[in-house]
Design a protein. Sequence first.
Length: 135
Amino acid sequence: DVNSDGFDDVAVGAYNEDAELVDDGRVYVFAVPPPLVLSINVTGGQTVIQWPEVIDVAEFWVYGAENSSYFQPELTSPWTHLLAQVAPPALTWTSSNGVGIPSHDWTYLLVAVNAWGQEMLRSNRVGEFDYSSLP
């Protein structure tokens, strides 16, 4: 895994006796992992985040930030913005952060990691936002 992306690296083609890559005329097709798409619902004063199953994931790391939609998650110590580590087969995470409080909006992001803590996939961002209504 030369680029530390959590996936095995593959060389396409054939090599000659000098270890040079030679075009062998074959066409190779590789599967691209599906996107990690989050959904969010607020019910009963709780924010519930859900995501689809991902094969070969060791954990899902839930990141979040208050009033900061474009925060940068840290994948190493001190793991800034890391709120929870969720092990499969769980595919949801629940929080009461900022629910119903207009001055406390939350944005969430999920990172799927392998057994070595390396990022495999990153999700879209979802948010919990409240607005005050005027009388």
